[in-house]
Design a protein around this ligand. Structure first.
Ligand code: OAD
Length: 241
């Protein structure tokens, strides 16, 4: 493992353009539940009841209750040393892109600037009619928050199953995957598209692929280096300059 860490560190240090893709695993050690593990959210709740446009149409109060509950879980957690190491590393680089599937906002709180939150952010809400976005709303939103501008129902500004990702953000993420010299994939089961495709896009463009995950994933066989450890064990070590 030590040799692999050293090798990964060398690769990152010599890469002109670095792109990182993160998933729920990077926040696990901050106390944020993942989705697909044995204690994962989708093990205990049905995504189709809570995280789809149809679910919101059927029962917006139930969907808001679910997101308010997740907001309350997240209000007490803090970024861990993996989030922090990535934020520090960004300051040393001209070209660095962090693509995250997480909606917890922890990368931003750790100080990362160039973050593509491809699944949105749980601290934002968006009007279902006029599209007004309220940023970083941490107060009690109640179970049926309404838009100040037009009175229509607000929804969490996150991507639900069956919805498209923001086209601009998606293009940026694809470009950052295609153009990087190394991509580091941290804490994702690599099964949800389109995020699961980014590492292949990078690899196809000759980037060096490093995966950090305590478990094997469908991506592991294609990674140039697979570090079988947790985010807080590995990320600070390989990103320390
Ligand atoms: P998953 O729950 O599918 O996968 C989490 C991954 O993190 C697993 O591969 C774990 O092995 C790994 N893991 C667990 N603890 C870790 C640790 N301490 N350090 C590093 N890795 C660890 O979460 P995602 O891959 O992020 O989408 O899920 C992708 C998307 O599916 C989410 O963004 C969400 C979900 O449905 C939407 O809500 C749109």
């Amino acid at each position: 493992m030590n040799m692999l860490i050293e090798k990964a560190k060398e690769i990152i240090a010599s890469s002109e353009k670095v792109t990182v893709l993160t998933g729920a695993g990077i926040s696990a050690e901050s106390g944020v539940p993942t989705f697909r593990g044995k204690d994962g959210l989708w093990h205990n709740y049905r995504a189709t009841d809570l995280a789809t446009p149809e679910a919101f149409e059927r029962d917006p109060s139930l969907v808001w209750e679910f997101y308010n509950w997740r907001r309350s879980l997240l209000s007490s957690v803090t970024p861990n040393n993996a989030h922090e190491a990535l934020a520090r590393f960004e300051k040393t680089r001209v070209v660095f892109t962090l693509i995250t599937q997480n909606i917890d906002g922890l990368h931003g709180r750790a100080g990362s600037k160039n973050v593509l939150e491809i699944h949105g952010n749980i601290w934002k809400m968006r009007c279902t009619s006029c599209g007004t976005v309220i940023i970083d709303y941490r107060g009690d939103v109640g179970s049926l928050p309404r838009c100040d501008a037009c009175g229509a129902l607000m929804r969490p500004d996150v991507v639900w199953f069956g919805e498209s990702l923001n086209a601009e953000v998606l293009t940026e993420a694809f470009n950052a995957s295609r153009e990087c010299s190394s991509m580091i994939v941290v804490g994702t089961s690599a099964v949800v598209q389109p995020a699961a495709f980014f590492p292949y896009e990078a690899k196809h463009s000759q980037a060096f692929l490093i995966e950090i995950n305590p478990e094997a994933t469908p991506l592991s066989g294609d990674a140039d280096i697979s570090l079988r450890g947790t985010a807080t064990e590995c990320v600070p070590l390989i990103f320390e300059q």
